[in-house]
Design a binder for this molecule. Structure first.
Ligand SMILES: [Zn+2]
Length: 308
């Protein structure tokens, strides 16, 4: 995550600009618009990284950090891109030793030996606080990546405190689906929360309907308490995400709180490539050249950039 503090009163929504966490998800049938977006996001992340001193890493899924291996097919990553982001930074990371599942433990160790080796300092952040002049970064103890005992493991949430303002970043808590995570968030009492909602588009497939409903219910409890909620990630992927999220918007309206997407927060239009994929495919069919690239064998596709 990368956050930049605005000069006071620059925005009516607070002193913080959301500069973007890596929220990139590609299905096998991805089309060129998605690759353009992915390349642009990595460029922006590298650009922001040039201006910051601290980079945080909530967990080791590839849409939440930049791996060092070359892959232009799923992650738009390379050793060079990772170096740009982590070199000479204080990198505060989720532990790769404790409260971590097998796959993330492996990715965490890989990160330490690759992108992480460029850091000025790499430090495990679980449950710790770090002070930088008038700003404090506080990391939660690990919370579940979704429901209790999720096979996907754990993440850490980050609270940024500056004077009397608090921003909480809770990626991939998926609502949160877990009630104890909800309690931690409410106890933290942030002014602004950036939170990954439940994956409604997976309900009844890979995620139980009851978990998705629990995530929605808990998210409703959050918007009733927190003045400003920025919704991101899974909740925005479904075609009918706005209908699904209606209880959230109603709860916010009843308490005069605000719920927005990250794009809306910075005054831009939503560009939801995943929820609009059917429409986009019809409106912007891929070129022949791009189709040809999608037919390359997978190992080769990773090493050859798509023609975008
Ligand atoms: Zn994740």
């Amino acid at each position: 995550m990368y956050l930049r503090r605005n000069p006071p009163r620059e925005t009516s929504l607070g002193r913080w600009s959301f500069l973007g966490s890596k929220q990139i998800w590609l299905f096998a049938s991805s089309k060129s618009a998605r690759y353009e977006a992915m390349a642009e996001c990595r460029r922006r992340i590298a650009g922001v990284a040039e201006k910051v001193e601290v980079v945080t890493l909530s967990h080791y899924h590839f849409d939440h950090h930049t791996p060092s291996y070359e892959d232009w097919c799923y992650n738009w990553s390379s050793a060079e891109v990772a170096k740009q982001i982590y070199e000479e930074k204080l990198v505060l990371v989720k532990s790769y030793k404790g409260m971590i599942n097998f796959s993330q433990r492996r990715r965490g160790w890989m990160f330490k030996k690759t992108g992480g080796k460029y850091a000025k300092r790499l430090e495990i952040a679980d449950g710790k606080e770090f002070e930088f002049d008038d700003t404090t970064l506080k990391f939660s103890s690990p919370v579940f990546h979704g429901p209790q005992n999720s096979e996907l493991g754990w993440i850490v949430m980050t609270t940024i405190k500056y004077e009397d303002e608090k921003v909480l970043f809770a990626s991939d808590v998926q609502g949160p689906m877990c009630d104890s995570t909800l309690e931690m968030i409410i106890a933290e009492a942030p002014d602004l929360i950036i939170i990954g909602g439940p994956p409604a588009y997976l309900a009844g497939f890979t995620v139980g309907e009851e978990y998705v409903q629990r995530g929605l219910w808990n998210l409703k409890a959050i918007v009733e308490k927190v003045p400003l909620t920025v919704l991101e990630h899974h909740i925005l992927r479904g075609e009918n995400w706005r209908d699904f999220s209606q209880p959230i918007f109603e709860a916010a309206a009843a308490t005069e709180h605000v719920v927005v997407t990250a794009a809306e927060f910075v005054g831009k239009e939503n560009n939801l490539l995943e929820s609009g994929r059917k429409h986009l495919f019809e409106a912007y069919p891929p070129t022949l050249e791009f189709e040809k690239w999608t037919k390359l064998p997978q190992p080769k596709r990773k090493l050859v950039k798509p023609p975008i």
